[in-house]
Design a protein around this ligand. Structure first.
Ligand code: GUN
Ligand code: ZN
Length: 443
């Protein structure tokens, strides 16, 4: 017998890209809706008044009336080993890496240390309503084992991989073209496709890899076409100057990754602030994706992401927190800062578009939209229960309007982990704040 659960609440999800309009037929909203989950996947969704009477059998109903269910949010770019250096003062990217990130990452040679941080991080994702993430580990294979184990324990759909770097970094964090290939391959064989886990080949950025190492990663990517590729691109001007000096033959920074076969479906490039039109065209044609990381871009003083130009080139874009360069694991906060970054450039970022970028749009950018991103029947039932009433200011602001787009926008601007009442992974509660989510009635 299938395990069937029904959840009653307001429900909001995207059916397609809402584009730049305020209201949109690309979203579906049920003020009083029901989401039905059978054995962890969505089996029905609809208005309570028609769907509830049609349900029969042994179904557990969780009444979340007054709260809002949205799909589990997706973080397209984040570093779990940097959780303990979040909010470190005063540096731009290259100095920030040397002063804060690299010394912290060196600690992950210790498997027990890595495991403690990975478990904290997985809990923190869930507390923020994030159910899927594409995650940087460190150069140490044991840091990858720790992250995959923590995700597996919670049944989360999660992607991670060993960082590879063989120059311009401390000795303790350096591998080689050969060890990077061998260790990455062993990790793919150990973890890729285990339940909901997927591997990401992770050259840190062009600055920290030799041509031989990038070539070895291209070879590996070619041998495993369904794994992800995860790196940084065109984040900071000084970084770009280094890449131009290290790869004098290259037309552009993107050209370096392209040369080694690292731009394809399932390649995720964080930032992409300093691309030219030809780069965008190439990225669109080769089906690479971009992680838009506004809190990081502001915090590290990197620049402003041009969403309009990326979308005009047909590039898939998802939102990323980029913690610890970013300053919040909350995708609500990330989207709120995204709105401001785009507003500064006279670009629109309406509320449902923002929702899209952390749900269905992010799933498309990760090529996981056949599995997650919205509540289409058959998708994995990862979802978040938002409670706007959990913070007094948010509660007050939202009580001033009945318009869904206006309410959701204010929730995005004001919300953070306090707005997350519960997070469900494949229909089961993985995080519950207070008493929300407790089944109160069996039909
Ligand atoms: N570029 C290379 N490494 C990093 C990192 O750890 N964080 C950010 N934001 N950019 C990078
Ligand atoms: Zn990053």
């Amino acid at each position: 017998m299938a395990r069937v659960n029904a959840f009653r609440a307001s429900i909001l999800h995207c059916l397609a890209d809402p584009g730049s309009g305020i209201s949109s037929s690309a979203v579906e909203y049920f003020k009083d809706g029901v989401l039905v989950v059978s054995d962890g996947v969505v089996s029905e969704i609809g208005p309570a008044d028609t769907l509830l009477p049609s349900l029969s059998g042994n179904i557990e109903l969780t009444d979340l009336t007054g709260k809002l269910i949205i799909p589990g949010m997706i973080d397209c770019h984040v570093h779990y080993p940097q959780i303990d250096i979040i909010a470190s003062y005063g540096e731009q990217l290259l100095d920030w890496l040397n002063k804060y990130a690299f010394p912290m990452e060196a600690k992950f040679s210790d498997a027990a240390y890595a495991s403690e941080v990975a478990n904290f991080f997985a809990e923190a994702l869930l507390r923020n309503g994030t159910t899927t993430a594409l995650v940087f580990a460190t150069v140490h294979p044991q840091s990858v084992d720790a992250m995959f184990s923590a995700a597996k324990q919670r049944n989360m759909r999660l992607l991670t991989g060993k960082v590879v770097m063989d120059r311009n970094c401390p000795e303790a964090l350096r591998d080689s073209a050969e060890t990077a290939y061998r260790e990455s391959r062993e990790l793919i064989e150990r973890w890729h496709g285990d339940g909901r886990l997927g591997y990401a080949i992770t050259p840190r950025f062009a600055v920290t890899s030799t041509e031989a190492q990038l070539e070895s990663m291209g070879k590996l990517a070619n041998e495993f076409p369904d794994v992800h590729i995860h790196t940084h691109l065109a984040e900071n001007r000084a970084e770009g100057d280094l890449v131009a000096a290290q790869f004098p033959w290259s037309r552009s920074y993107l050209d370096v990754y392209k040369r080694y076969g690292l731009v394809r479906e399932r390649s995720m490039f964080a930032h992409c602030l300093h691309l030219d039109q030809e780069d965008r065209q190439t990225m669109g044609e080769l089906n690479g994706s971009i992680a838009f990381c506004p809190t990081s871009n502001l915090f590290l003083g990197s620049g402003l992401f041009d969403l309009r130009s990326a979308e005009e080139a047909g590039i898939r874009v998802g939102a990323g927190s980029d913690v610890g360069g970013g300053t919040s694991l909350s995708m609500l906060t990330t989207l709120s800062e995204g709105y401001k970054v785009l507003h500064l450039q006279d670009q629109s970022f309406p509320p449902f578009k923002a929702l899209y970028m952390a749900t269905l749009g992010a799933a498309k950018a990760l090529y996981l939209d056949d599995k997650i991103g919205n509540f289409a029947v058959g998708k994995e039932a990862d979802f978040v229960v938002l409670d706007a009433m959990s913070a007094p200011m948010t509660a007050r602001r939202l009580s001033r309007t009945d318009d869904v787009a206006e309410k959701f926008f204010a929730l995005l601007m004001l919300g953070d982990d306090r707005a997350v009442s519960a997070t469900y992974v494949m229909g089961k509660p993985a995080y519950i704040a207070g008493r929300a989510g407790v089944p109160i009635k069996t039909l």
